[in-house]
Design a protein around this ligand. Sequence first.
Ligand code: MTE
Length: 304
Amino acid sequence: MARRWTNDLTWNDVTPKSHWLNRRQIIAGALGAAGAASIGGPLAAQVDNDNLQPNTFEEITTYNNFYEFGTSKEDPARYAGQLTTQPWSIQVDGMVDNPGDYALADLIDRLDVEERIYRFRCVEAWSMVIPWNGIELKDILERVGVQEGAKYVAFETLVRPSEMPGVRRAVLDWPYREGLRLDEAMHPLTIMATGIYGETIPNQNGAPIRLVVPWKYGFKSIKSIVRITLTDEEPPTSWNMANGREYGFYSNVNPNVDHPRWSQASERVIGGGLFAQRQPTLMFNGYENEVASLYEGMDLSEFY
Ligand code: MTE
């Protein structure tokens, strides 16, 4: 994929959402000026993805993984509608200055909601391009006050058997759990999404709030979050617990390290049609310039 790096774009250059459907292009991971310094200087690159064509709302909301509603791609769209997402509260605990049970509205009140068009690459080797609306996770963490010594952020999804038919079966050890290193969580590309295409995020995509970490395999992007814990130990994560040989804690997109049962070198683009060519998978899913420095010293040919 041809990619052009520029340093002269700002958020004002992002196409208004009414034009999303009409224009090929836009941003992925444009960096706020404030966040740029830590990852490559004040003129850190912003991405102008000439080739980034968002998937349709229909594609994004009918082909999902959300095992709390069943294991087929169609189950989430079929069953997630019954999930009650209001009221919604998030327990924030561990190494934070202001722990508590926050009403979602209070936790994100007055924080900037931004439009981010990101590649999304599932570990199963399919991909989409999704126009999210979301808040930088960093802003939420700063609001609750991360204490010195905290090194990781752990997340948990709701478990509500009366509305989530999938959790009645022990497909995974519920609740669905995920985690990030603190520097990954504070990275400006890491968002908590509350919308898609400017619409409230549909339940099957993780309403009312889900993580999006665009340089990692999709299973890291945990949905319908009810708990955020700051800790100094690497937290247990669902897919790693289920099969540690196949799913690592880091799980950064890497075309050079295959899954034990399939190649990760290329991906099937959802919506591309039955006979579409597979597309080469990009290192860190195309966000290498922004995030590679987080992993200096790691041998990226290794499984993590
Ligand atoms: N979060 C929860 N709670 N439960 C899940 O089953 N599936 C993950 C991730 N987050 C999952 C989850 C996987 S495997 C992927 S690929 C993405 O959600 C899919 O997100 P999407 O359905 O919005 O495309």
